[in-house]
Write a protein that binds this ligand. Structure first.
Ligand code: 2RA
Length: 349
């Protein structure tokens, strides 16, 4: 029997991408059950070319489910992932609710697939999209050179803040199109009014903030990059400093990375590693104008890496720029890959 999959949050921004991904990847699932809030129950969505009716989230909705994916807010996952696990499903959770729980593995299949087997709570976490956009490439470089320190700046897309983020940016674009706005101090703030989920106008701007305020002036997003990178790479003492910035891009997060290693690096060797690494595309020929940009990468699965340089002042350090679709590898794809690991485990008995 092929395992039964439940997709909780099937109607959301990530859920929608998930249905597309499930329709195009190898079909390892028997039934795919779509679950959402009672508000969306009864809706019909297409997955694997067939219409499936969405059912309301309830304890019984998990009966007979082998793997339950959660693409819902933290508080919904916190309540319902343990329910799914108690009913015998393996919960693969894309929220922040369990990521730093010692009894919940945080899994990126290209980097630490074996960690998925040790899941005492029956829950596996999917990392935050900003961490995920860089970690496959960094994991490959770490395996060769030994990572010691990371300094990163992110350039994050509006869809990281969900559909309200996308709607806000589109609304702001409509307000400034064809005007001279963006040329005088504060003119965007006056023109766009409500800034939606962002603390400042995003259109024609850059906003150095994502998430909530934490101790020391750090944003929650910046601390997630630090803490999750440490956990995934198994480097509890890794030195990480992140500055997370939102830019007016709809989808695909980018990061500028300064990575310091134990061993001396070379661009040639780094290129070789990144060319071979699963889930990574090396696109690095600046003389020909070839480097990843978020718009060229959106809708694709891998992490794209370019601008690889050895630091001028440090033979142990590489600088590079990378882009990853925050809704695909950054969320739905990685969740689907984890679920497929479990499906393979269940099939193997
Ligand atoms: C963001 N990483 O981009 C967050 C979403 N999980 O806002």
């Amino acid at each position: 029997r092929k395992p039964t999959l439940a997709v909780v949050g099937a109607t959301g921004a990530v859920g929608t991408v998930m249905l597309d991904i499930l329709s195009t990847r190898e079909n390892v699932w028997g039934e795919i059950r779509l679950i959402a809030s009672p508000r969306s129950a009864g809706k019909k969505l297409v997955v694997r070319g067939e219409e499936v009716e969405v059912i309301a989230l309830s304890e019984e909705a998990f009966d007979g489910v082998d793997v339950a994916m959660f693409d819902v807010p933290d508080e919904v996952s916190a309540q319902w992932a343990p329910v799914a696990a108690a009913r015998g499903a393996v919960a693969v959770d894309n929220s922040g609710a369990f990521r730093m729980d010692d009894d919940v593995p945080l899994v990126v299949p290209e980097v630490n697939a074996p960690a998925a087997r040790n899941r005492p709570r029956g829950i596996i976490s999917n990392p935050n999209c900003t961490t995920l956009s860089m970690i496959v490439a960094l994991g490959a470089l770490h395996a060769e050179f030994g990572l010691k320190e990371l300094v990163v700046a992110s350039y994050q897309a509006a869809s990281g803040a969900g559909q309200p983020g996308v709607d806000t940016l589109r609304d702001q674009i409509a307000k400034v199109a064809g005007t001279e706005l963006g040329t005088a101090t504060g003119d965007l703030r006056a023109a766009v009014g409500d800034t939606g989920p962002f603390p400042a106008p995003l259109v024609l701007n850059a906003v150095p903030w994502a998430g909530s305020l934490k101790e020391g002036g750090w944003s929650s997003e910046e601390l997630k990059v630090r803490n999750e990178s440490r956990k995934i790479l198994g480097l509890p003492d890794l030195r990480v400093s992140a500055t997370c910035v939102r830019i007016p891009v709809i989808t695909t997060h980018s990061l500028a990375v300064h990575a310091v290693f134990e061993n001396e690096v070379s661009v040639e060797r780094a290129h070789g590693i990144l060319r071979e690494a699963p889930g990574v595309v090396l696109y690095d020929n600046p003389g020909a104008g070839e480097f990843p940009t978020p718009n060229d990468v959106v809708g694709t699965d891998p992490t794209w890496v370019g601008r690889v340089r050895r630091a001028v002042d440090d033979p142990l350090a590489l600088d590079l720029f990378l882009c990853g679709d925050n809704l695909r590898k950054g969320a739905a794809l990685n969740t689907a890959q984890i679920a497929e690991l479990i499906a393979a485990e269940l099939s193997a008995g």
